[in-house]
Design a protein around this ligand. Structure first.
Ligand code: ADP
Ligand code: MG
Length: 394
């Protein structure tokens, strides 16, 4: 198992903590502080242990140069409010000045560094930048699950250079929840995939086709699969380059006895717009595109989910951002919420959907990492986790 901060003796330690404070900013104001709140248990634990904590994160895509619109200063202030403590914000990321402040932090003290992506070394995974960050403490802690599939300096480089390394409490919860899908999941295991592009998700489709008893495919990606079965999909989104791959997946599922469920009816329109006229059809007319699954399909998917022992859901069933095409995703979200099986939702848009439907409390785990949760379920050891595991086995 991966070491968490509870496995280390970190009393009064000098800690460099990597978090995900990649919060949405509107005119310099934080519009949603969920990500900061999610990091609180780890930060509070470190404070209780008397640690001197230097916190670092990325925010947005400033492209390796300072950009005031992507400053972490607002996040640092919000953290100070939430913790009701004073926090030092450092506009410098590395250098003698920062090291000096880090060294002189009181026990339980916190400093937040400016956006790591203001430095080109972060995305490049540069060793010299990792080395400079590593000088800011002795113990490395990563609680930024959503970035652990990347090889950025603060994720994959820094932990190799510090005395000890572990994951934080949030990442610990993520690993535990997602591991339940991998190691002897309660059967039947039902995977539900949707969302925009097959090509983004080839890895996860393959992985679920290998592990699930039932594989449900909806959303835009289902039209590539329907097309692969020779079904006409009109103007719906199809990735021509992936039709053969879709065919192979369907053949493999059939050979292995995996039950694949695809949409049997659809909400169609002539164009993608909020107030366009819609129809429910079982055959997609040549001049229309399918933008959501239909009610029969919701029924079919709901039945499969009702008896599931384990559920993993990634990707909305339609263009749920528009009311006219949201019923399919809402229906599936309800079915996941109602299920007695162990349920995990991964993926940014799927998590947003389940929150918008106010069903978050009814699923067992909503992953904070889109790409990272998919990579994990595909069976990859995430680079950020691997380096910490390797430290432990030394
Ligand atoms: P996630 O973030 O959960 O992994 P994706 O990013 O893969 O999900 O896909 C979400 C997007 O897919 C949404 O913006 C949604 O509008 C779009 N989408 C879903 N179904 C369709 C469809 N039938 N046609 C076009 N777009 C769709
Ligand atoms: Mg998305």
């Amino acid at each position: 198992m991966t070491a968490t901060i509870r496995d280390l003796d970190i009393k009064n330690a000098e800690v460099l903590l990597r978090v995900d404070f990649n919060v949405p900013l509107q005119n310099g104001e934080i519009s949603d502080d969920t990500r900061i709140r999610r990091a609180l248990p780890t930060i509070q634990y470190l404070q209780e242990q008397g640690c001197k904590t230097v916190i670092c994160s990325h925010l947005g895509r400033p492209g390796g140069a300072p950009d005031p619109k992507a400053s972490l200063e607002a996040a640092a202030s919000r953290l100070a409010e939430l913790l009701e403590t004073e926090i030092i914000f450092s506009p410098e990321i590395t250098g003698d000045g920062v090291e000096e402040v880090a060294r002189t932090l009181p026990n339980g003290g916190i400093m937040v560094l400016e956006n790591l992506r203001f430095h080109p070394g972060e995305k490049a995974g540069a060793l010299d930048f990792s080395g400079e960050l590593a000088r800011l403490g002795k113990v490395y802690v990563n609680d930024a699950f959503g970035t652990m599939h990347r090889k950025d300096a603060s994720i994959a480089g820094v932990p190799t250079l510090m005395e000890q390394a572990a994951v934080g409490l949030l990442v610990g919860i993520e690993i535990e929840a997602l591991t339940k899908l991998m190691d002897g999941p309660e059967r039947p295991f039902v995977g539900i995939l949707g969302g925009a592009k097959v090509s983004d998700k080839i890895g996860i489709v393959d992985a679920l086709a290998r592990r699930c008893d039932t594989l449900i495919i909806g959303g835009a990606m289902s039209y590539t699969f329907l097309q692969a079965q020779g079904i006409d999909v009109g103007q719906s989104r199809v990735e021509k380059g992936k039709i053969n791959h879709a065919k192979r997946i369907l053949e493999r599922c059939e050979a292995k006895g995996v039950n694949v469920l695809l949409p049997v009816d659809h909400i169609v329109a002539t164009e993608l717009s909020a107030d366009v006229e819609t129809d429910v059809v079982t055959e997609i007319p040549e001049d229309k595109m399918a933008l959501d699954i239909g009610p029969e399909t919701v029924h079919l998917f709901t039945e499969a989910l009702a008896s599931a022992g384990t559920i993993f859901w990634n990707g909305p069933m339609g263009v749920f951002e528009m009311e006219a095409f949201s019923a399919g995703t809402r229906g599936v979200a309800n079915a996941v919420a109602e299920s007695k099986g162990y349920s995990v939702v991964g993926g940014g848009d799927s998590a947003a959907a389940i929150q918008a439907f106010e069903l978050s409390e009814k699923v067992d785990h909503i992953s904070t990492g889109g790409g990272a949760s998919l990579a994990f379920v595909e069976g990859t050891t995430l680079p950020g986790i691997r380096v910490i595991n390797e430290r432990r086995s030394q």
